[in-house]
Design a protein. Structure first.
Length: 124
C-alpha cells in the first residue's frame, strides 16, 4: 500500500479508537453491536484491516460522529470536556453488557425517530 494509503488508514484507525473511547465502549461491546468479533475491532483500530463503507457508516452512527470525521475529511471533534459526557461515560462503564446493548439500541431508536421527524418537517 502507498504511504498516503497507510497514513489514511492510520488516521481512520485513530479516530475510530478515539470515538469508541469517548463513547465509553469497549472493543468487545462495539464488536457485539456490529455483529463482528472483538479481534476485528482491534485490527481496525490498529490500522491493519480496511473498513467497509457500511462499517464506517455504522460506526459513525454508533459514536454519533460523521463519516467525514472518521475518514479525516472534517475537523469536527468528539467533545469529551463536557462534564455530563464524562459522567455518562463513567456510568456506562458500570452497566452489564446486556444493559449497555439495550441502552445503545434505545439511543439508536431515539436518533432514528429524530431523523424521521426531521424528514417530515417536524421539530422537537
Amino acid at each position: 500500500m502507498s504511504e498516503i494509503g497507510d497514513q489514511t488508514r492510520a488516521q481512520i484507525a485513530e479516530r475510530i479508537r478515539e470515538a469508541r473511547k469517548s463513547a465509553g465502549l469497549s472493543q468487545g461491546q462495539v464488536a457485539k453491536l456490529m455483529n463482528l468479533h472483538r479481534p476485528t475491532i482491534s485490527e481496525i483500530e490498529a490500522g491493519n484491516r480496511r473498513v467497509s463503507a457500511e462499517e464506517l457508516s455504522a460506526l459513525a452512527t454508533m459514536f454519533d460522529v460523521s463519516v467525514a470525521w472518521l475518514v479525516g475529511q472534517a475537523h469536527e471533534t468528539v467533545e469529551t470536556d463536557d462534564p455530563r459526557i464524562q459522567l455518562a461515560a463513567r456510568e456506562l462503564r458500570k452497566l452489564k453488557p446486556e444493559d449497555l446493548d439495550r441502552l445503545m439500541r434505545l439511543l439508536a431508536s431515539m436518533r432514528s425517530a429524530e431523523t424521521s421527524k426531521g424528514k417530515r418537517g417536524g421539530k422537537s
